[in-house]
Each structure stands twice: as C-alpha cells, then as structure tokens.
Design a protein around this ligand. Structure first.
Ligand code: AQP
Length: 346
C-alpha cells in the first residue's frame, strides 16, 4: 500500500461502546495503523442528530477517545479528535447538501430505521447524516474507511457524492491543477476483520446496538468481569447442543453469533471451535467464552477507566489531534472554495 492512502473513520459518542463497535470497527482501526496514516474521529456532530443530554455527550466523547487509546490507537503517531473542533466537516457537508440528491437520501435504510414511524418529527440532521459522513471522509480526501457492515450504504453514498462533485465541477477542478474529475477520491469501505456484524445477545437477528433499551443485549467495553459473565450466561440460545460443523449454525442466529464472537476474540475459526465444542451444551461453551471475553476486554475497560479519570489528559489529546486535522481539512476546503467559486482571503 502506498503512503497516499489515508484511513478515516468515526464513532459516535452516543452511549456505551459495545463489543460490536469494538470488533466491527476499533480492532481494525488499531491494525491499520501499521500500514497507513490514520485519522480517527469522535463524531459528536453526528451524535446530536438525535437528542443528547449535553453533559452526557461530553462524557461519552471522552469515553470514545479513551476507548480508542485503550484499544491501542497511538494519538501521537496518528490523529484522534472530536469532529466539532474542525469546522471543515460542517462546511463541506453544506456543499454536499447541495450536491447529493433527495432521491439518494430517501433510499438510506438507517434513516428509515432510526426515524421509525414518527418521520415528520425526526431532525433534519438525521436525514442529512450521510452527507456529513461523506464530508468527514472527503474533507481529508481519505481513501479507506474501516466500518461495520451497517455502514456500507452510507459509504456508497459518499462515493456517489465524490463522483458527482468531480463531474459537476470538472472544468474548475482542472483549472485548479487537478486531473479533470479527479479532486475527490472514491473512498473504499474496509468491511473486514473478525466480526463485521455482531448481533444482540437477546435476539440473534438484530444488530448489537448502543440504543437497544436492554443492557443485556450488548457487552459494553466498560463492563466489569461480573457484568460480562452475567450477560454471556444469560445470552439467548436454543435448546439444541452446538453443531459439529459450521453448516449446522444456519438458521440458528443466536448460536452463530456466540460462536462468531468467540472466534473473533480468540482469532480461531468457527470450524475449529465447533470441532472442540460441537455436540456439547451451551453452558460449557459459555463458561469458556466468559473467561476469554474477560481476558480480552478486561484490560481495555480498565485502561478506559484510568484514562477517563483524567479528563484533562483526554481533552489535550483531542485538542492536539484537532489542531493537526484542521491543517489538512483547511487545505481541502480552500481548494473546494476555489472550485465552487466562493471568494476567500488569500
Ligand atoms: N453490531 C455491530 N457489529 C459490527 N460493527 C458495528 N458497528 C456498530 N454496531 C456494530 C460499527 O461501529 C462503528 C461505530 O458505530 P457508530 O457509533 O458510529 O454508529 P452506529 O452504527 O449507529 O452504532 P450503534 O451502536 O448501532 O448505535 P445506535 O444504537 O445509535 O444505532 C461503525 O463502523 C459501525 O459500523
């Protein structure tokens, strides 16, 4: 991979970070540091698309930053910051509000799910969320975006927006010294890693989510060993013993999810695990999973706790990261303003 490749991704400070966020996104963030320059953002402006208590938002922003660092992201080598500190995100999002088409946004399934039946009452921000997400990525002209599977559609929209901007302004892009239609890259989703879609512990057909009213549906990164053990013991299963082969997990969503979590945390394949646990009861499998989850997540949770006890330190990381991110975002925004035809101080 070349150095021109740049990774960007974000996590919302909307509540408890859970195992899905960790395995679907953060583990990949950590890995990509070895091969790429990376920008990891706590997307507080996305968070307020649904109501957030201001004090909780501040706390959750520090918690996500602490989770990044606790999981192994190096904020000196790479960039960790909160979105609202860099105004380029909002500026580019406005330009993209004028590039993206209503028809494109009408197709976004996450808006439909989150707005639910009371669509008239949803915020305009929730509707325009994917345009801001496109701006988050493209204000750095980032090329690769590690996300969970649920974000695939938003990434496709970001690609469409990049392409339409490049086409709409192709002459101006050329006049500004870029290859015609070559200003924004087509950002590639990286939906890889051990578990791209972790499901709820209460319902194997639903995604593990921060907004699920039941805390038993998810393992939070801040959970202590007792909470992790209780949640895994109470996790929904079915009456059959575990199958001996992966094929046997079909149409058994809860069993499939637990085996998937075990596989992701241990780095072993599902097939390998079923050779060991196949034919046995869930109780033995769950006891082993508890030990593994506590071993892997315990240190991350403990380090998060240590870091959040020092909010001054976490804030200094976010401020330093934002200062470095702003330099990059401003550079893109100056080009965007020239391309679009906005007058600016030179
Ligand atoms: N269950 C999941 N499995 C795998 N990956 C997941 N992600 C979220 N849930 C799962 C990935 O985590 C990253 C950060 O997510 P986010 O906080 O920005 O947005 P989200 O998808 O809205 O998270 P939640 O937990 O599902 O929140 P609510 O309940 O508000 O909808 C993203 O890369 C996401 O794909």
């Amino acid at each position: 991979m070349t150095t021109q490749e740049l990774v960007f991704s974000g996590v919302q400070p909307t509540g408890n970070l859970h195992l899905g966020n960790y395995l679907g996104a953060i583990v990949n963030f950590v890995k990509l540091q070895e091969s790429h320059n990376c920008i990891y953002c706590v997307v507080d402006m996305h968070a307020i698309t649904v109501w957030q208590d201001p004090a909780d938002l501040t706390k959750a922003t520090r918690e996500v930053a602490a989770a990044f660092i606790a999981a192994g992201i190096d904020p000196r080598e790479h960039i960790v910051f909160n979105q609202s500190q860099v105004s380029g995100h909002a500026e580019l999002a406005w330009v993209f509000n004028c590039v993206a088409r209503l028809g494109w946004l009408n197709r976004m399934t996450q808006f439909k799910e989150k707005a639910g039946k009371d669509r008239e009452n949803a915020s305009v921000g929730l509707y325009a969320y994917p345009n801001l997400m496109a701006a988050d990525i493209l204000v750095y002209r980032a090329t690769h975006v590690p996300v969970g599977e649920d974000q695939k559609q938003h990434l496709e929209l970001a690609r469409d927006i990049a392409q339409k901007f490049n086409n709409d302004f192709s002459n101006e892009i050329r006049d500004n010294g870029f290859g015609a239609g070559q200003f924004f890259p087509q950002p590639e989703p990286l939906i890889t890693g051990p578990a791209t879609r972790v499901m709820s512990l209460r319902d194997g057909t639903k995604k593990m989510s921060k907004s699920d009213p039941s805390d038993y549906s998810r393992i939070n990164l801040s959970d202590d060993a007792d909470a992790i053990a209780q949640k895994i013991r109470k996790a929904k299963t079915d009456p059959e013993p575990l199958p001996g082969e992966e094929k046997g997990l079909e149409s058994r969503p809860e069993a499939d999810n637990l085996v998937g979590i075990y596989a992701a945390l241990s780095g072993r394949s599902k097939a390998d695990l079923l050779r060991e646990f196949g034919g046995g009861q869930f109780s033995n499998f769950k006891a082993n999973l508890v030990d593994l989850a506590v071993e892997k997540l315990g240190p991350v949770g403990a380090e998060m706790k240590r870091l959040t006890a020092d909010p001054g330190y976490v804030d200094s990381v976010l401020i330093d990261g934002a200062d470095r991110a702003r330099v990059l975002a401003d550079r893109t925004m100056n080009h965007v303003k020239d391309i679009v035809g906005f007058i600016r101080r030179r």
